[in-house]
Design a protein around this ligand. Structure first.
Ligand code: GLA
Ligand code: ZN
Length: 661
């Protein structure tokens, strides 16, 4: 467990390197990430490589005991490359190139981009394979899809489809192109989406999204092959951007050693509280990608800006608290973005730990304290992991399918996932947020929000979990379509109707209207969607209170094998989820805390029978938390009372007693 910073030697006069290295060493920084945008300095003109400046920089830092992660510079193709080989640039739907000016101006299928990327990565790999200061690599930077329509993407899209579908007839059948004379009679008629109407065949668009992910994965794989070959002792990671994301992170990260996340919780007071909860989800999602601990490769150091009007400066305690939140949810190393604010370029006001003044100030002192704390607790936390008791399912395919076809005003796949996750977080229940294709055995509770695309294979895996004793919670828009994004011709929830013991007789997409339903003699509000349910073998447990379907079933429970399936036919307010989850937790024997104050979060890291509890006040307010007994605070080295007053952004870490079994 260590602390690092993102450092750009090429932005600074050399005279600053030694000064910076010295201050890093004194502060407890033992790692820098460098070079991920430095192509024009590493290869100033075609074939002329110059790594001497990077060698010198690495040496300067290595002398101070600071190790290095090198980012491959392929996010920023230099001007000479773009100029000589214009196929590097992605083309928009009018086939206009996306010119440089900032970064990310590259087509993943461009032969020149692939060729020159492979060359620079190979040169770097050979050059740094045996440099003792270099420990690993970051591929590129924050990959995302670029919707390129160039000739190479078109050609590759067609071969991708040929590999998937074999024949043109099979595509026509899978996509249902018969509607509106969309049938293809020759492969050449299939192109990337070239503008036109928004309302394209959803099967085509979903496959195009999958193709885009695969193109990017292929582009990255070229780099992985080179790095693995020449640097077998180095790790390889990638810094993913936040959620939600069209790009399939599960595929992107499959061949990486671990995932890294760039985490920028909002500092604006009106967002600060909700951002702690969405941050918790982002961290749980990140841990779920490879089901292992991860790194934070960038995180907040000062007021962010430039891409938008500047946010507020991190309130005292904010940088430290959100760093501990990341560790609490599975981060093993924290790299702060960035050491010092950039003096030039498009991002001058996305502030670093040190301002342009080069005078370390309040934020830096907070960071220095954090480094000391991490160093102190690292020996205890080393090797510990977060193990969620509950699985929440997530998928980029579902996200994309909902993006392609908005179901109703106000319905957002990811926002609904957030509400469910937040309810768990408010109860202090840590969740593993997993890809729906993951092995789910062992979870007592599985929440599967809106499995819009549902094939019999996933349905049967979920059925098996329930038969073996799990509780499965389903929500509206489940089982609507097959994986080709074509509707099932059968009652909803499609392939899960049998396990759920219920069918949807009719639905009303109520959008932003607010309706009500009753559950356990209490009334809750709901919106977006109302499935009017007909229980088959399930039992009704909630009833609508409004409209022509007042009195009809809104939710059911069905005993199935050793477990049960709960079908929620509407999108309830968060308070319902909190009550519902609490009820399920009691039934399933899951631990929870019913009176955690708003904005206070907990998490646990475990190793064998040793368990460390993190208690975090992620708000600007003082909060009072009631604990089950007196504990010793490992961070603050004092006893903390059962009734604990937490200052704004206070963190406590305690060792829990051994679990009685
Ligand atoms: C991303 C990028 C960084 C930087 C930060 C701040 O996380 O990876 O290069 O641009 O955002 O905006
Ligand atoms: Zn392209």
């Amino acid at each position: 467990m260590r602390m690092g910073v993102d450092y750009y030697p090429e932005h600074w006069d050399r005279s600053l390197w030694e000064q910076d290295a010295k201050l890093m060493q004194e502060t407890g920084v033992s790692l820098i990430r460098v070079a991920e945008f430095a192509w024009s300095r590493l290869e100033p003109t075609e074939g002329r490589y110059d790594f001497t400046w990077l060698d010198d920089a690495i040496d300067t830092f290595a002398k101070r005991g600071i190790q290095v992660v090198i980012g491959t510079p392929t996010c920023t193709p230099p001007n000479w490359l773009v100029n000589a080989y214009p196929d590097v640039l992605p083309r928009d739907e009018k086939l206009h190139p996306r010119y440089p000016g900032i970064r990310g101006h590259r087509c993943y299928n461009s032969p020149s981009m692939r060729h020159y990327s492979a060359l620079i990565v190979e040169k770097l790999a050979l050059h740094y394979a045996n440099n003792p200061a270099v420990i690993g690599w970051q591929t590129d930077n924050e990959f995302s899809l670029n919707e390129c329509n160039c000739e190479h993407c078109n050609a590759r899209f067609r071969t991708w489809l040929q590999e998937k579908y074999d024949s043109i007839e099979a595509i026509n059948a899978a996509w249902g192109t018969v509607v509106w004379s969309g049938e293809y009679s020759d492969w050449s008629q299939i192109t990337t989406p070239l503008g036109g109407m928004n309302y394209k065949n959803p099967s085509f668009v979903l496959d195009y999204k999958r193709f885009e992910t695969d193109s990017l994965v292929e582009f990255q794989q070229l780099q992985l092959n080179i790095l693995k070959k020449h640097c077998p002792n180095h790790f390889i990671t990638h810094n993913i951007w936040s959620y939600p994301m069209a790009l399939d992170y599960y595929k992107l990260c499959e061949n990486l050693d671990f995932v890294s996340l760039d985490y920028y919780p909002s500092t604006n007071p009106e967002k600060a509280e909700s951002s702690g909860y969405s941050g918790a989800l982002t961290l749980d999602l990140t841990r779920g990608i490879k089901r292992q601990n991860f790194w934070i490769m960038e995180t907040i150091s000062g007021p962010p800006g430039c891409w938008m009007p500047m946010w507020r400066t991190p309130h005292p305690g904010f940088i430290r608290a959100f760093a501990w939140q990341s560790i609490a949810r599975g981060a093993d190393t924290l790299v702060h973005f960035r050491w010092r604010s950039a003096p030039s370029g498009a991002e001058q006001f996305w502030h670093g730990l040190i301002d342009h003044s080069n005078v370390p100030g309040r934020r830096f002192e907070e960071y220095r304290g954090l480094c000391g704390e991490v160093r102190k607790l690292a020996p205890l936390l080393e090797g510990t992991e977060v193990r969620g008791e509950v699985a929440i399912l997530h998928s980029h395919d579902q996200y994309n399918a909902f993006q392609i076809q908005y179901q109703v005003d106000g319905m957002d796949y990811f926002d609904n996932l957030k509400t469910i996750h937040r309810a768990f977080t408010k109860l202090g229940i840590v969740t593993d947020v997993l890809n729906e294709s993951d092995d789910l055995s062992g979870y007592k509770l599985i929440v599967a929000p809106s499995l819009f695309l549902l094939d019999p294979e996933l349905a049967s895996r979920l059925e098996t979990c329930v038969q073996n004793g799990a509780m499965l919670v389903l929500t509206p828009r489940t089982g609507v379509k097959n994986l080709n994004n074509v509707c099932w011709i059968q009652p909803l929830p499609g392939p899960l109707s049998n396990a759920a013991g219920v069918t949807v007789a009719e639905y009303d997409p109520i959008g932003r209207d607010v309706h009500h339903f009753s559950w356990r003699n209490k009334t809750y509000s709901c919106s977006q969607w109302c499935d009017i349910l007909t229980p088959q073998t399930a039992e009704s447990v909630a009833w609508y209170e409004d409209d022509f379907f007042a009195g009809k079933t809104a939710a059911t429970v069905h005993k199935f094998g050793e477990g049960e399936v709960c079908y929620l036919g509407t999108v309830p307010e968060e308070a319902f989820y909190v009550d519902f989850i609490q009820d399920a937790a009691v039934k399933l024997g899951l631990q929870f805390i019913s009176d955690l104050p708003e904005g206070v979060q907990i998490s646990t890291r475990v190793k064998g029978s040793t368990r460390y509890l993190f208690l975090m006040n992620l708000t600007r307010k003082e909060q009072i938390v009631t604990l089950d007994r007196v504990y010793y605070s490992l961070l603050n080295e004092r006893e903390i009372g059962q009734v604990l007053t937490m200052a704004p952004y206070a963190i406590e870490i305690v060792e829990l007693p051994m679990k009685s079994t």
